[in-house]
Design a protein around this ligand. Sequence first.
Ligand code: FAD
Length: 409
Amino acid sequence: MAGYKIIAVGSYPSPRLRTSIPFTMTTPKIAIIGAGPCGLTLARLLECKGITDYIVYERDEGPDANRAGGSLDIHPETGQHALRQAGLIDKFKEYARYADTAFAIGDKDGNKILQMGEGRDAPEIDRAELRKILLDAVPKHKIKWGHVLKEVTFGHDHKPLLHFSDGQTQSDVRLVVGADGAWSKVRRAITEAAPRYSGKTYLEGRIRRDNPFYETMAGDFGAGMYLTIGDEMITITQRQGDASYRIYFGLQTPEGFFRTLDLHNVEATRDMLLSAKCYGDWAERYKDLIRHATDFWAWSLYALSKEDMNWESVSGVTLCGDAAHVTIPNGEGVNLAMTDALELATSIAQHGVEHMDKAVKQYEEEMFPRAVDSIHQGEIMADAMFVKGPEVFLEKVRPMMGISNSVGS
Ligand SMILES: Cc1cc2nc3c(=O)[nH]c(=O)nc-3n(C[C@H](O)[C@H](O)[C@H](O)COP(=O)(O)OP(=O)(O)OC[C@H]3O[C@@H](n4cnc5c(N)ncnc54)[C@H](O)[C@@H]3O)c2cc1C
């Protein structure tokens, strides 16, 4: 680590930069921004490969600060493969829920059209559990909580400078990896591409085990995921690790629509969902979901475009996971994020930390086609789900989901 020292206070002219990273901390060769699945998988894999000169900077104040946390299915060739390479597959299997791989499709009148996916090798795990497994596998002092990256600029030496929102800076980093999700602040140092609103928003609600409607709902919707399609809207119910449910009410709304609503006003939110414009004429089982759901939260769905996946490699900076290629949820996002982490760690190990630019270029060239494919799958999924009914959906996704013609027709 000789030669990688903390910047002195006052190295930069701006008075905002009076505070700097504490002197006890040395400058890492690799700065990973974001302790999500991608950033933590990368940290763990670097550790496994003996590349220990890295730091993860995360905006959350601590490991339990983040409320986001749907269940994720981890696929054998991608997410599971990365976990295996990281020496964590057995730990993963302790948490993996094979009973939740079932996938059902229904119509708005309450009929189940199709059930599939039982026993699939794509077990579910809660995001919080996946994060815990990864966090436990990375030395604690390598993660700097409460560090909100504001931007990356470049110094006179052309090396990246990290600027944090509290005014701290970090210079002389060899490689900044943006694993900071859809709204990446690192991305701007590489490309002008920005995610665009898809026209679709998932309004999340919860039915927990102490909810009076819980037993009825669990009986109606069961394990795994239940997708209902009608009138160009959807609902998705998804069982979580603690057997509670997340429900996504998928609606087509103008950009920013949900920012105009107070989602803490649970009754008003329910009234909106129950109105004739939304689920007013859906079967009672769906309206009951709305009547009992709590903790509403809007996930407006944004995506980069396939054309964005072609930037010129920039020395000292790269992107992985959603920061690189966020798309409409297509069941692959976290798997692809962990694959990126594996590919980047492998490339750095192969080329050596002294040849970081070559390593990054190779990683990016191989990542682009994966990213284009994922964005494409996201577009197909969005186009297929928000349709008149499940039969139209099935027609559109049969080949992609491997559903035979005899099912659901
Ligand atoms: C509603 C919804 C449902 C989904 N369902 C699925 C699914 O079933 N299966 C699936 O595979 N994928 C799913 N996805 C997609 C999946 O969540 C993402 O693809 C995946 O989380 C990407 O991982 P990541 O590590 O790249 O980014 P993230 O998970 O977004 O992690 C980014 C990390 O960076 C941190 N960060 C952000 N900004 C900064 C900053 N400025 N400074 C410091 N730290 C920062 C964040 O706090 C976070 O910890 C879903 C997405 C949504 C919105």
